[in-house]
Design a binder for this molecule. Sequence first.
Ligand code: HEC
Ligand code: HEC
Ligand code: HEC
Ligand code: HEC
Ligand code: HEC
Ligand code: HEC
Ligand code: HEC
Ligand code: HEC
Ligand code: HEC
Length: 478
Amino acid sequence: MKGRRGFGVLLAVSVALVSFGCEGDTGPQGPPGPEGPEGPSGTVSQYAYFGDFGSECSHCHATTINDYVTTGHRFAYDDLEAADQSDLYCLQCHTTGFNCTVESGDTEIDPANCVEPADGYSGYIGDETDEGVARRADLEGVQCESCHGAMGPDFNVHLPEISFSTWDNSLCAGCHDAQITEWETSGHALSAGGDPEALADEFGRSSCNACHTSEGFILTYDPSYATYDFGGHYSQIGCPTCHDPHLGEDGGGNDAQLRTEDAVTLNYYAPEDEDDVPTAEGYGPGQTCMQCHKARRDYANVQGQIANGSAHFGPHHSNQLDMFLGAGSYEIPGFEAEFDANRAHPHQTLVTEACVTCHMAFSEDAGGHVVHNFMPSTENCAGCHPGIPDFDVNGMQTQVEAKMDSVAVLLGYADYHDLADNINDEFTGNQTWPADWMREVGYQFIFVYNSHDFGVHNANYANALLDTAIDYANDMLP
Ligand code: HEC
Ligand code: HEC
Ligand code: HEC
Ligand code: HEC
Ligand code: HEC
Ligand code: HEC
Ligand code: HEC
Ligand code: HEC
Ligand code: HEC
């Protein structure tokens, strides 16, 4: 039973979208998507909700419907136990067009808690006429109009609600408030201060948007958006970014409607043997995270940074996949044997969903779902490292931080915090270490620092990078 979640207001599903950039109760609201197209003429229904699992839409959106019918949403009503199929509280999230709010235990609907249109599922409860029974059957489960809004009775104006945002006007709000509340505390939600306009200013460029915005990721991974006009709107990475609600397991998708679990190949591999560039595959839902959390630089760029410095020194902040695989850093020549001996780590084979295993635990405490703040917790480690009080398994993080301090001192800084604070405006300004060796050592340091796990993702590679940096710096210093 997963039903006892905090129930916000179902209104969000049907109420009009709100304007761009204003503050809601829980944070700034994202922009609505662009308006839909004109609909077909002559399609008229007496009902505001068509229902019937998209049959009205199938003439034009057959592929979408074939995919959708393999998602859990299609079966949201069927999956209720018989007794719960008459529990008003459960029905409000497991049917289409339940435009009333009811508290757990309510046996009657108070019309004061309902909104228009009234002919969704809730409108026919208790109606045992043939029409009433048929309408309820048509409106079981979470259908197209749960997310896209009621599309009748006059279908000539075909303006389905569509939003790429997770803020208050989210298409998922009302039913998935538990995940949204967790998401609101995440680095994804708080990017650019959580403000969609600031996000558009900072990351609305083609070189950044695929990883930093919902729209950019969708247009990169979903062919139906390749030429879509997002009207300059950008949203924080949220529910519709990682999830494609039309993609179900039996339709070739996966069990959580994930937009992509594609294999990911690193951009850079030090030995420059193209056939050898590591690829991550088979980590299931963890493949979703890897699409964005990988280093950005290619071979020429990294060599250029070492030779000449760079305005954006280092692998970018996002090199967690590279660290996990034990590859992808510039590696100081002469230490090949040491690197090759330290790429592998038991986490690569034992932690079967990689990022998701450690960063998204299933939690009964959180209402019985996969926690969506994307932060690791010691609960995620307990199966293999029982009873640990923190992430510092075998003192590994302490050891890695001590080595980071050593590298910083060799480069002339007080400690690694001083190094991190004083170069590059957090590694985005111009990096001008004067000597080649300093840039080589500095790159390896930044690679470890940017992954921000202090030896958890791959202790062997992190140690190899720091040990070789220390040895090399000691050789080079007068
Ligand atoms: C007679 C054809 C037709 C029917 C029937 C139809 N649509 Fe559409 N729909 C279109 C066209 C054309 C577009 C624009 C191209 C596209 O995005 O695929 C569109 C776009 C959309 C969009 C995207 C809107 C946007 O902002 O880009 C959604 C959502 C949508 N339709 C939902 C539905 C739903 C739900 C139904 C059934 C209740 C439905 N449509 C029935 C033709 C139709
Ligand atoms: C009207 C309520 C409602 C809305 C709106 C809604 N969901 Fe759901 N969702 C459900 C219910 C109920 C289930 C459980 C379905 C089942 O398995 O019986 C579910 C299941 C899921 C699952 C689990 C995988 C699966 O296929 O069962 C995912 C992922 C999901 N929803 C994502 C979303 C996203 C993303 C949105 C917004 C774009 C959204 N949902 C909007 C009610 C809703
Ligand atoms: C606030 C909306 C909401 C209410 C109210 C609600 N559910 Fe759900 N239910 C969901 C969502 C969303 C999911 C899927 C995602 C998740 O697990 O959080 C779900 C999942 C489920 C599932 C799992 C389906 C599967 O096979 O994976 C069952 C069973 C279920 N609910 C039963 C109930 C029952 C029984 C009630 C009434 C006591 C109820 N729900 C009330 C939103 C709701
Ligand atoms: C759980 C919420 C949800 C449900 C249910 C849902 N959609 Fe969508 N739909 C979205 C979201 C979010 C987008 C934008 C992102 C995307 O396409 O993945 C979208 C986009 C679309 C688009 C435009 C882009 C495209 O893929 O062509 C169409 C058309 C569409 N939906 C039709 C439908 C139809 C038809 C159904 C019912 C069979 C349906 N949707 C069910 C949430 C939903
Ligand atoms: C390959 C995907 C990818 C691309 C492309 C990308 N980034 Fe990032 N970026 C990330 C990820 C993932 C993080 C978060 C890593 C972390 O927090 O550890 C991040 C973090 C950042 C941060 C630090 C966090 C913050 O918001 O202050 C900045 C600044 C940044 N990126 C700027 C940019 C800019 C500017 C561009 C375009 C020129 C860009 N990124 C392109 C994936 C990418
Ligand atoms: C950064 C990517 C990402 C974002 C953003 C995201 N999800 Fe998920 N979600 C996932 C992944 C990955 C899984 C699969 C976890 C697993 O299989 O263990 C998942 C699983 C789920 C499930 C099914 C499993 C369960 O029991 O909880 C639901 C429901 C869900 N997400 C809803 C949402 C909603 C609603 C939002 C918006 C608040 C959202 N997700 C935002 C990545 C994401
Ligand atoms: C669409 C690209 C994308 C996907 C997919 C994605 N992320 Fe992120 N993630 C980012 C970006 C960009 C940031 C940095 C946001 C900022 O600070 O501006 C980030 C930030 C984070 C942070 C916070 C880092 C910090 O410094 O506070 C964590 C943790 C995280 N992501 C984990 C995950 C996990 C786990 C997954 C998979 C379930 C995932 N991400 C999927 C792009 C993505
Ligand atoms: C073995 C478990 C584990 C795996 C696998 C794992 N992580 Fe982590 N990750 C952690 C821990 C623990 C931390 C936090 C260390 C700390 O805060 O002391 C962390 C830190 C991070 C951070 C920085 C968070 C912050 O607060 O700055 C990001 C981003 C991140 N991981 C993303 C990922 C991605 C993406 C993957 C998959 C390629 C991944 N992680 C795989 C355990 C793991
Ligand atoms: C599926 C099993 C598994 C999970 C889950 C897992 N680890 Fe590990 N981890 C291992 C194994 C095996 C080793 C090899 C060293 C050992 O046996 O302790 C290891 C090594 C480590 C090391 C290096 C220690 C050393 O002495 O080499 C750290 C740090 C670490 N894990 C942290 C974590 C953290 C933090 C989490 C949870 C966020 C986590 N691990 C989750 C199996 C796991």
